[in-house]
Design a protein around this ligand. Sequence first.
Ligand SMILES: [Fe+2]
Ligand SMILES: [Fe+2]
Length: 533
Amino acid sequence: MAETREDQVFLEPGVKIELLAGRWFAWPHLIAPVQHAMNIAYRHLPLMQSFVATPQVHIAASKDPNMLGGPFLDLPETAIPEIKTLIEHTATQFAELIAFARDFKAFDQVLQDGAKGYCLSEFYGRMPASLAGAIEISYDVNNNPALRAIEEIVYKYHLDNRSTQEICLSRTKDSDRKFFMTTPRVSAPDTLFTSVNFSDARLDTISSMRTQAGSLQEASKSLDVDSSKQAIFESFFTPEAPERKSPRYSGDDVRVRYFGHACVLIQTAQTSILLDPTVTWDADDRDGRLTFSDLPDTIDFVVISHCHQDHFSPELLVQLRNRVRRIIVPRNGGGNIADPSMKLILQRLGYGNIDVVDAFDEIRFDEGKIVSLPFSGEHADLNVHSKQTILIEVKGRRFFFLVDSDAIDPGLYKLVTEIIGRPDASFIGMECFGAPLTWLYGPLLTKPISRRNDESRRLSASNCERAWRLMKDLGCPKAFIYAMGQEPWLRYLMGLEYKPDSIQLTQARNFVQRCVDAGIEVEHLNIVRELTF
Ligand SMILES: [Fe+2]
Ligand SMILES: [Fe+2]
């Protein structure tokens, strides 16, 4: 049938395209195969089994705001049959990954118990077949033994975790999305699941329809939408173009747009640089927030600071990939499994134009440069290298993004400033009381950790004292507090809801006061902000 103009439609701005792996929200650790295996075996299966066994406990905990982000499925009792089926499917579809995870953990235990500083070659003979070829065994310089997954091999030849990749289309508000790490997605009216690999170019057809009209027929065909689901699919589209708040900037200055959390867009008439893309899809006139629709059609550089879910969003990156010229990520250490390669994850999301950088590497462009700089802490004292703070110099203006750095070492940023010079404005993350180690990394640990150890090791950014010292070390005239996870649309990613007297907000207020007292310009960013420099 020939296409008509009426067939040309847009995807409604508020429609979500969630990426799922085995029905779980695909954050970066569910794309990297080893980390995915560990999460299935030591998070997803135990959580789902616990829900089926004692649903009342999960239901009660989910209603308690103090338990937000805790290890509970936020689902009603009626979801039990679907979760039972999901447990069975998970055990079958991921049998190879589950075996790998169990063998990895058990073999690491053998190594920890048996390696006493002597040559490690005998351990290769004891390695389970599921790990052979993909693991190197070594000591650190102090004779502590460790397993290293050779990620390039695991991805290419060892574990395939893509068979259950799918997207879920719905109109669920960002503020109503279930917490990403503990609740799988289940069927609901007006929700459509369809299988597609995240790197599949077919996803570009639908994501481009957010801003350019396209053919509904083609979109439906490209995603193999079942005829019984056709009506739901069609309901997600509209003939109306989205409202866009001047996505291009044509002035002579540098425009800085804060999209919420750590997502900042720096634009000139010629260049656009997007940091840590995590935006909301839901417009709201009451607070004037910027949304996905307000992003420009071409983005010269996307820069990702680190591999936490609130900074590295596969869902958004897949839908942006047609617009991004280059994407910049920090190199991982190639060691432990808490530090997966961000490059390999991006390749699985269909990116080819990836720059992997080390500290002090510079990426130059006509109007300036992007410099990768050290990022201290915030990873519960794990040896993680894939993190960077970022200096952006554009048209002579210099912006320093400290992201979640805890700035614990008083010498570090003093030295950095001596090397790079004084920035004009600094953006400092102050989520200073982060979750404990096991919250994010628990499934990757092969030895149990005591509660007291766990409580002491947190994913915390700078507090007032450290942020203030940082400001003095940088000699910077302007500070912005950001990356606090305050925006209401981030609940499902942060598991966080502040009260006015929350320690993070108190520390931020104290920092503001210290800056004011010292005559430093300061602003606590929340929801939206537009500035020109
Ligand atoms: Fe972080
Ligand atoms: Fe963060």
